[in-house]
Design a protein around this ligand. Sequence first.
Ligand code: XMP
Length: 317
Amino acid sequence: NWNLEDFVSKKIEELRETLAGKKVIAALSGGVDSSVACVLTHKAIGENLLNVFVDHGFLRKGEENEVPKVFKEMLGLNLVKINARKRFLEKLRGVSDPERKRKIIGEEFIRVFEKQAQQHGATHLVQGTIYSDVIESAKSGKKTAAIKSHHNVGGLPERMNLQIVEPLRNLFKDEVRLVGEILGIPRQILYRHPFPGPGLAVRILGEVTEEKLEILKEADRIFIETLKETGWYEKVWQAFCVLLPVRSVGVRGDKRAYDYVLALRAVDSTEGMTADWSKIPHEVLDLAARRILNSVKGIGRVVYDISSKPPATIEWE
Ligand code: XMP
């Protein structure tokens, strides 16, 4: 009886009525929930929805091109891409405390986004809140916020007097993905691992530099490709690399090397609140480590993180 095709057409109709003649804004990151919420709203009100894609420079390799390609070129959304790489990197210069990094990125993001909202004359803000978010914030939102300040456009609605639109509030994650399929969003977006708002900036422990970003992007690309090739990508909840602010001695050719240590992280989880480290076969880890050590300049040692949550968290910062 709960037919998702029905949900889609009714929701579009409903959004069309409530948002008639309104200017609406959304932050589109390419994450599953925001993507589905944005495409759904786009189907209802077209150009009146402005989708803002902020390239803060901490995205995975190639993502800054892939997201506009899918949503603007393929799906026809009204999307602006803001290249704010320099700004974010400058703000983070000399900063190594994880919470300060998160706060700075969150504030800067709001500043960039606010400007777009004003220019567009937005009165409404679309958010990809889903049912588990509603439950979590009712239950323990305060508690998790104390562990890490999560990155979203929180603070903006009050500051700008924006009304919130949450078309996915009543859906579970798997339903959100199915709605996404109905809307024609490609699988590579819908079945991608979760990714934190502050992105690679919290996967480079300590100060973020351009050089370290390049190293991490390349290593992460190789790890993820290896998991895809071996069929492990879809078996784990999330997998990624973390660049440590530690260097270690090694030998390359006949010479002494002194390069960074990289951690591979993969976890099994259902909603991210607890997690077990993934029991990826040694051969797969071996393949990823060899490839990374052979081709990523600057990395001299690769380790695998075998910590579960709790007491560790999934991300390292
Ligand atoms: P932790 O590290 O707290 O992460 O165990 C739990 C899940 O949340 C993701 N994560 C974030 N997601 N904004 C997000 O939207 C954030 O600031 C953020 N920080 C962590 C993390 O990748 C994992 O899936």
